[in-house]
Design a protein around this ligand. Structure first.
Ligand SMILES: *Cc1c(COP(=O)(O)O)cnc(C)c1O
Length: 369
């Protein structure tokens, strides 16, 4: 059994993918071009955003989104400590300080109630993450941001296609950032990312920054310091094929999650994930202690069921962020989640038989426990 099986998905669309890749090889235009432009238009349309700027990773999408808002040393950006490292890394790489707000225990997402109290004159933006495919409490976050005239950047790396009150994840705040890392719901065959926005100036700035600060009109005139953060043409061609299937794949993930929930909800000691506005990038259950979580993980491992712990170490305790002076106990909900979470296999091609086997083994563990 696999935690994630990308090969199955490739086999299901092999012809289309191979044709798309061959087209690029035959043309031998590997940077920019029609495929990239078309993919941007298609993602903008999909998200209901005016502009989509393709990038080489979700990390650079976050970094350039922050740069495009002018965020720099001395500034503060409020975000969650319970996420992948890149979220706060992007903030710190601008020179700004990631200011953490603890999470809600039922969604693992940033607790909007805690955000307003952290706003200072230095706060330039709020950066919520839609963790595991579930959209954060955007209504409250937008209200707070508008009241204090600060910006909102959505880290939608794990939630491509998720919806919240009729809007797409990433298209609610000022800028939305996606990752097309292979394991994401919409995954490339290498690195990739995208930023979406309705703001023409922001879009133009990200376009400039991602290309060494040079405009497409005069390639060798560099207006500002930027990066090389372009999306490869081959990846754009692959993603254009896969974009057609994303709604179907997300629906399949939701169905698997519902099936797991139905069978695990009644098991005492297990908290099943909240399904609101969720496309289940991960299916993450909560156990009542670290010891039980680790015990279950070992038990499943023996039954050849792979599981993952997202995330074992909250960002405020990461060695790289030691210089901010955070300590154990600062964000108790994030720390508790780190001890209690366990992600089970979920991907669109997962079979009913495999799901039954997983559910049965989880239940067996509890009966013996
Ligand atoms: C994957 C991910 C990123 C980084 O994306 P890359 O494309 O790998 O750079 C950022 N934030 C979150 C929450 C992610 O899951």
């Amino acid at each position: 059994m696999y935690f994630l099986n990308l090969e199955k998905q490739y086999q299901s669309i092999k012809k289309e993918i191979d044709t798309a890749i061959k087209k690029i090889l035959d043309s031998s235009n590997f940077i920019g071009g029609n495929e990239v432009g078309s993919f941007e238009k298609e993602v903008a349309k999909f998200c209901g955003s005016k502009y989509a700027i393709s990038l080489n990773s979700g990390t650079d999408a976050l970094f350039l989104a922050l740069k495009a808002l002018g965020i720099r040393s001395g500034d503060e950006v409020i975000t969650t400590p319970f996420t992948f490292f890149a979220t706060a890394e992007a903030i710190a790489n601008t020179g700004a300080k990631p200011v953490f707000a603890d999470i809600k225990s039922d969604t693992f997402n940033i607790s909007s109630e805690l955000v307003e109290g952290l706003i200072t004159p230095r706060t330039k933006a709020i950066l919520p993450v839609h963790l595991f495919g579930q959209v954060a409490d955007m209504e409250s976050i937008m209200k707070i941001a508008n009241k204090h005239k600060i910006k909102v950047i959505e880290d939608a790396a794990q939630s491509f296609g998720a919806e919240y009150k009729k809007k797409k994840a990433g298209a609610i705040g000022d800028i939305g950032c996606f990752s097309f890392f292979p394991s994401k719901n919409l995954g490339a065959y290498g690195d990739g990312g995208m930023a979406v926005t309705n703001d023409q100036k922001i879009a133009a700035t990200i376009n400039l920054l991602k290309n060494h600060g040079s405009s497409s009109y005069d390639k060798y005139k560099n207006l500002v310091l930027g990066t090389n953060s372009r999306l490869d043409t081959i990846q754009a061609a692959i993603l254009r094929v896969k974009l057609k299937y994303i709604n179907k794949w997300n629906k399949a993930r939701i169905k698997i999650a519902q099936y797991y929930n139905k069978h695990l909800q009644g098991v005492i000691g297990i908290t099943t994930p909240n399904v609101d506005n969720n496309i289940f990038h991960q299916y993450t259950i909560r156990l009542h202690s670290e010891q039980v979580r680790n015990g279950l993980r070992e038990y499943l491992q023996k039954a050849k069921i792979p599981t993952m712990i997202y995330y074992a170490l909250p960002l405020h305790l990461q060695p790289a962020f030691k210089y901010f002076g955070n300590k154990v106990g600062d964000f108790p909900e994030a720390e508790k989640a780190a001890r209690e979470v366990l992600s089970l296999p979920i991907y669109p091609e997962l079979k009913r038989l495999e799901m039954d086997y997983i559910v049965r083994n989880v239940k067996n563990f509890y009966e013996r426990y």
